[in-house]
Design a protein around this ligand. Sequence first.
Ligand code: SF4
Length: 330
Amino acid sequence: MSQSNGKPIVEVSNLDVFFNTTQGKLHAIRSANWSVSQGETLVILGESGAGKSVSVHAATGLLPGTAEITGSIKFEGEEILGGSEETLRQLRAEKIGVIFQDPLASLDPCFKVGAQIAEIFTVHRGMSKSEAWAEAVKLLDSVQIPDPERRANQFSHQLSGGQRQRVVIAMAIALSPTLLIADEPTTALDASVQVAVLELIKKLRNERKMAVVLITHNIGVAASIADRIAIMYGGRIVEIGDTKEVLQSPRHPYTQALLASMPKIGAGASKRLVTITGTPPSLATIPGGCAFHPRCTRAIAKCSDVVPEIELNKNGSLHSFACHNPEEAN
Ligand code: SF4
């Protein structure tokens, strides 16, 4: 784990995101508060449709213009919500690197991977073609691609899934961003390759002092890389805190249920996995009160009527949760 004492890179306060759809106005993100600092990894964890990607992409200007966003988003101390499209474009180009789930879709099959990386340096740094190619090869080396000169001359279909994701990571860090967003970066990869890619992200974070926000539905991935974890459900952050506290002493019943549903090494074949009854709501049909109440084994009367607010920094604790009847602290 990194020990971040770095400056805040992103600070999101009271973030709400709406989309106008044919079924009316969809309230996708509700009162989200999170931040990430230099050298730190924040993992946003939750099931599909919980609002993980919308929350992160809203905070970094990556949502379509049709999204309505309210609240405050500060990037390196400057408010960016309501900023011009040109400011956001500059920010995205120079300060934010993004890794998406499917490396094949992120690369152009018609161009050599080296040329795709080199283009970033010719366009944004004004380098000559030969200088940019040399930088591209250097970058492939820094993401631990063996024989980088030869690989730079290949097309994406000639590389393995893990190598392709390393190329995408190289492109994401080419301009030395201060923030790296990794949106399910290992979901499309084999288990053994997943570990190597997570180790690479950690190494690059430490070397380059980047802030990393990683989005995943996989608790194992979160546990292996996160300094802090934010659990999302139904468009809200329901629990947030240091990785150890959240995973070893979860207070929100949803976090508790997610952990109980994970297979454990040495638990024995007869140990049945706990399942969470029901299915997660879509962002268009979020139940009133606590969104988790139809599936919660600890629900009490007011859970179906009153939204539990997350109490941030209560008694100075950085471990916060939103629940009327939380689990006992360990
Ligand atoms: Fe369960 Fe109620 Fe807590 Fe929601 S607020 S997680 S329904 S106990």
